[in-house]
Design a protein around this ligand. Structure first.
Ligand SMILES: C[S@@+](CC[C@H](N)C(=O)[O-])C[C@H]1O[C@@H](n2cnc3c(N)ncnc32)[C@H](O)[C@@H]1O
Length: 203
């Protein structure tokens, strides 16, 4: 079984995230969430970081992978935490209450420019006033060393980009985009680009 096959096995995926320290990267992203907020997590995977989210919370998770969603639902599902298997599309967006924080953790680098634009427009459309979108993705950046670059080149995502390319996509849907490189979160050298998007460009 290759790494891709292994990562389909949910406990192996969760264990690997903890070994490489990818969980610590997620914890930095979820620091953006305040108790009482409504959160949409697209591409939530098994949402193993769920116990670190502030409480109380109203949480909606979406992923296209059934084993990930089943695993998350069994452990974390409840009155204020729903998990849905499938694409996050317009029908799903219309069924949601206004969202304070949209999480796209490790998702954009799996999507083409066109798919990113569609998803970011949809994320913009569900935000409450003052709402924000938080993303984090493997990236290519000039200060990264050889191991970090190798990690970026060998990521499962087919669309690992430079920060400017991620930012350009975000600015199509949002008026304000703050981004930073994170290269000290994981136990192995790796570079990530985190963005915080606000002020949706409503059309
Ligand atoms: C790298 S994983 C990240 C999972 C989780 N957010 C995390 O940080 O551990 C990316 C996830 O996005 C999901 N995914 C990919 N394309 C998707 C789409 N169009 N809609 C929803 N989920 C998608 C995959 O099934 C996978 O679980």
């Amino acid at each position: 079984m290759g790494l891709k096959g292994l990562l389909k096995h949910v406990p192996a995926y969760v264990l690997l995230q903890r070994i490489v320290g990818a969980d610590r990267l997620r914890y930095r992203c979820i620091e953006e969430i305040q108790p009482g907020e409504t959160v949409l997590d697209v591409g939530c995977g098994p949402a193993y970081y769920f116990p670190r989210l502030p409480s109380p919370l109203n949480y909606h998770g979406f992923d296209t992978d059934a084993p990930y969603i089943d695993w998350a639902k069994e452990r974390f599902g409840g009155e204020n935490a729903s998990f849905h298997c499938g694409d996050f599309d317009e029908a799903a967006a219309k069924a949601l209450p206004p969202i304070d924080v949209v999480l796209l953790l490790g998702l954009l680098h799996h999507l083409s420019d066109e798919q990113c634009t569609g998803l970011l427009d949809l994320a913009a459309s569900v935000l409450s006033p003052g709402g924000r979108v938080i993303t984090v993705d493997t990236c290519f950046e000039p200060t990264q060393g050889r191991i970090s670059r190798w990690m970026s080149e060998n990521d499962r995502g087919e669309y690992v980009r430079e920060p400017a390319a991620f930012e350009k996509l975000a600015l199509q849907s949002f008026g304000e985009v703050d981004g930073k490189v994170i290269n000290d979160a994981t136990h192995v050298p790796a570079s990530y680009w985190m963005m915080r998007m606000t002020a949706p460009n409503r059309t």
